[in-house]
Design a binder for this molecule. Structure first.
Ligand code: ADP
Ligand code: 5GP
Length: 179
């Protein structure tokens, strides 16, 4: 069963996932994108970074379970990352609500966990602190976060990312990795 961690940009999906991945029974789906790597991001670990043409040919060949355009770049979930019948590890995918919805529609069995920020103010503060967006990008992400929060009800569980350790523990419990 595929576990999806979803929520607005800046809610802490990546941070929580990094902690969950310290458990050897878990692997992460590395998704594909056409955006440029941020400092420290590694091809094949954080994303598969593609040119526009490369992404398009993967999509045309049916290699993506779903794809979407976010903030002017393309993102998609490679089929080969999800469908690995010989790998016994649990699989986690970190994706936005639009991507989760698209994935659910494909009929892929997923357990959806919505990661919510304690408040929109906290979310904005975290995105500012992360410092990876231009002011314009930041405004767009905050504007979309308000709408994304409405999506929480479509999920199997909601975890509020207030104290990081508590959020990580809640996710691990939902995945059956912790009592
Ligand atoms: P996402 O992957 O959902 O876009 P990130 O994991 O990059 O979000 O988190 C956004 C920012 O918020 C990062 O700078 C991260 O260090 C910070 N952050 C994440 N979780 C918490 C938390 N529980 N408390 C305070 N800051 C947090
Ligand atoms: P970022 O540029 O901050 O890494 O990601 C931007 C947004 O794209 C995030 O909300 C992230 O969850 C989403 N995203 C990453 N990979 C995929 C994917 O494979 N499919 C979809 N639909 N969205 C993705």
């Amino acid at each position: 069963m595929l576990t999806v961690l979803s929520g607005p940009s800046g809610c802490g999906k990546t941070t929580i996932l990094r902690k969950v991945l310290e458990d050897a029974r878990v692997r992460r789906v590395v998704t594909a994108t056409t955006r440029s790597p941020r400092p420290g991001e590694v091809h094949g670990r954080d994303y598969w970074f593609f040119s526009d043409a490369g992404f398009e040919s993967l999509r045309a060949a049916g290699g993506l379970l779903e794809s979407a355009d976010n903030y002017g770049c393309s993102y998609g979930t490679p089929r080969s990352e999800v469908e690995r019948p010989d790998d016994p590890r649990q699989v986690v995918l970190d994706i936005d609500p639009q991507g989760f919805r698209a994935l659910r529609k494909t009929g892929t069995p997923v357990f959806g966990i919505f990661v919510a920020p304690p408040s929109l103010e906290a979310l904005k503060a975290r995105l500012l602190a992360r410092g990876t967006e231009t002011p314009d990008q930041l405004d767009r992400r905050i504007a979309r976060a308000a709408a994304d929060l409405e999506a929480a009800r479509e999920y199997d569980a909601v975890v509020v990312n207030d104290r990081l350790e508590a959020a990580v523990s809640a996710v691990k419990k939902l995945m059956g990795l912790e009592a």
